[in-house]
Write a protein that binds this ligand. Structure first.
Ligand SMILES: Nc1nc2c(ncn2[C@@H]2O[C@H](COP(=O)(O)OP(=O)(O)OP(=O)(O)O)[C@@H](O)[C@H]2O)c(=O)[nH]1
Ligand SMILES: [Mg+2]
Ligand SMILES: [Zn+2]
Length: 310
């Protein structure tokens, strides 16, 4: 029997079968991504084949090939990875200028990883009701920057409802992954989008101005009128895998655009003469923050380690 994994709590996976049943399932055997150890070999969004048993539960016997997936290194320093979700049509990356502060390196690392799998990302700036005039100006600047690069940006308040109606049509008949730091309001936004769903939310820590990891497992929820959104646990950092410098350039859209005029086609845009990227940076066609994020990801290669802060 074929089904879609809609929830993952530890070793149990909730699967909605093609004929509309909901079956609690466990993994049979050993699934592995090529060469990568994953903390969750089966992810929300996977299509699986089930073997049901007499107790009404089932074994997951196989996974269908994934159209795409969003993967990051698990936040400890191990080689383990974590698949956020599989087979998604788009990502809403929730960011907040404050309460908590989302940093641009985190945003850019996420965007670059999504580029690697060609998953479109919208940036959703939440908690606009809390911003000071200065923070609002900063937000406008960020929205202009990312919009110019080619990422659609929306400003919303999940609690007051501002801007929510603009998001609703974007969700229709699509599978949308919601991601972002803990406390940015992912679950609150889903509660606003799907009446009665009642996801747990909690105030951020006053002492640290960060979320407290309220959502602990990923879950796919049905949107009225068609489509699904996936609520996920907040993530602190976004560690990526073995990306070559040439590849990395292509994951930063505007850097890639200018890199075509670099003198050397293996230019890393750090020290080489005739680098069109650094020239564009000097001329403010490329934002400093984006270039810093690019350098930050290049360093992964040298240090060969994941830094918790990003
Ligand atoms: N003022 C204001 N508060 C908000 C807004 N959106 C969410 N919050 C509050 O922010 C806190 C965190 O919201 P959650 O929805 O739990 O955040 P989350 O992103 O799901 O967090 P994790 O599950 O830990 O990843 C809650 O107290 C929400 O009420 C908003 O637009 N404005
Ligand atoms: Mg949550
Ligand atoms: Zn260059």
């Amino acid at each position: 029997m074929r089904g879609l994994v809609i929830k993952n709590t530890g070793s149990w996976y909730t699967v909605r079968t093609d004929d509309g049943q909901t079956v609690e399932s466990k993994i049979k055997g050993n699934f592995r991504l090529k060469g990568i150890r994953s903390t969750n070999p089966v992810a929300v969004g996977d299509y699986v084949e089930l073997i049901t048993n007499q107790e009404g539960t089932a074994f997951i016997a196989s996974i269908e090939e994934r159209r795409n997936y969003i993967i990051r290194k698990a936040s400890n320093l191990s080689k383990q990875s974590h698949i956020l979700a599989a087979n998604v049509d788009q990502v809403f990356l929730l960011v907040t200028v404050n309460y908590p502060q989302t940093n641009t390196v985190f945003i850019d690392r996420f965007l670059a990883s999504a580029e690697a799998y060609r998953v479109p990302v919208c940036l959703i700036f939440n908690k606009t009701d809390l911003l000071s005039p200065e923070e609002r100006r900063y937000q406008d600047m960020m929205m202009t920057l990312y919009d110019t690069i080619g990422y659609a940006c929306y400003a919303i308040s999940a609690t007051s409802g501002t801007g929510i109606d603009k998001l609703k049509p974007l969700l229709q008949d699509k599978i949308t992954l919601l991601s972002g730091n803990s406390g940015v309001g992912k679950s609150t936004l889903i509660n606003a989008l799907i009446p009665g769903v009642g996801l747990r939310t909690a105030e951020i820590s006053n002492a640290h101005n960060t979320g407290i990891h309220t959502t602990t497992f990923s879950e796919m929820l049905e949107v009225p009128g068609g489509g699904y959104v996936i609520d996920t646990p907040g993530i602190k950092g976004f560690g990526t895998f073995d990306i070559e410098p040439a590849e990395l350039t292509s994951y930063f859209k505007e850097i890639f655009h200018f890199s075509k005029d670099c003198r050397f086609n293996n230019c890393t845009h750090t020290h080489e003469p005739g680098c069109a990227v650094r020239k564009a940076l000097d001329n403010h066609y490329i934002a400093q923050s984006r270039y810093q994020s690019y350098l930050n990801m290049l360093e992964d290669k040298d240090e060969n380690k994941y830094r918790e802060a990003y």
